[in-house]
Design a protein around this ligand. Structure first.
Ligand SMILES: CC(C)=CCC/C(C)=C/CC/C(C)=C/CC/C(C)=C/COP(=O)(O)OP(=O)(O)O
Ligand SMILES: O=P(O)(O)OC[C@@H](O)CO
Ligand SMILES: [Mg+2]
Length: 233
């Protein structure tokens, strides 16, 4: 399977539990030049907050996805291009590998499987909320990260492998090692990208760089510079 992400360089992750910079709108957020927007976050996620941001972004011409952190954060909307569902390969608690997914399948009769895609996450910042929630084993060397990436693609058929350093800039050597082991899967990198140089650096090895907090902390001009960095790499 090859999805639209094979054409992406940059993905902007908007957290419905955070505010935009004063004076900026969702229209501005949709016009940063990013290839797609994913709405999601770990903490404080509700269906209402998710729906508000999806509705606000759905009016503009940008590919729009949700990345729910649990089944109660899922919203169905015609403006969505799809659902990105994490599977945390280095989670300490099986809920984040299959348990939450089983609950979603049990509770939601409207799942649109044709637009539902999984992401094989490797969570590496021990101080992030996602690491805490999933009890991820973040103490992995480059060889182990690469092996998780290989297993995700070859044994679990993941078309997206996601190195997640949410909140900090990660180790490029681990990103390079993962890329080295992948055949066809698309490698996402997210965490701490804050300017042209950090985007450019991570895009050397990642296929898609993900930018999150920057849009909430610094705003759309800063995001635009990361788009340039990713596209130039
Ligand atoms: C089955 C369904 C519907 C969902 C699967 C849910 C799973 C397995 C989630 C895995 C872990 C997770 C919570 C992913 C959410 C995406 C993510 C990593 C967002 C970044 O969050 P942080 O930046 O750590 O958190 P905050 O910014 O909210 O503090
Ligand atoms: O918020 P930042 O640190 O940019 O991380 C982006 C994304 O990978 C979070 O899931
Ligand atoms: Mg975050």
């Amino acid at each position: 399977m090859s999805g639209p992400w094979t054409e992406w360089d940059h993905l902007l992750k908007v957290d419905p539990d955070k505010t935009l910079v004063d004076g900026e709108t969702f229209e501005d957020v949709c016009q940063t030049g990013t290839d797609a927007i994913a709405v999601g976050g770990t903490t404080g996620m509700t269906e209402e907050k998710m729906a508000t941001v999806v509705e606000a972004c759905g009016k503009y011409d940008v590919d729009l996805y949700i990345e729910p952190s649990h089944s109660n954060a899922v919203v169905h909307d015609d403006s969505l291009d799809g659902y990105l569902i994490p599977i945390v390969f280095n989670a300490g608690d099986i809920s984040w590998v299959t348990g939450a997914h089983k609950e979603w399948a049990r509770l939601d009769d409207d799942i649109d499987w044709a637009r539902t895609f999984t992401e094989g996450y490797i969570v590496l910042n021990p101080d992030s909320s996602v690491a805490e929630y999933t009890q991820a084993d973040c103490d992995l060397d480059a060889e182990e990260v690469a092996a998780y990436a290989e297993v995700a693609e070859q044994m679990f058929g993941q078309d997206i492998v996601y190195i997640e350093y949410s909140g900090m800039l990660g180790d490029p050597e681990k990103v390079a090692a993962a890329q080295n082991e992948l055949d066809d899967a698309t490698l996402f990198y997210g965490g701490g990208i804050h300017d042209y140089d950090s985007a450019h650096q991570m895009a050397q090895d990642a296929d898609v760089v993900v930018v999150g907090d920057l849009v909430h902390d610094e705003g759309v001009d800063a995001v635009r510079r990361t788009v340039e960095g990713a596209k130039d790499a």
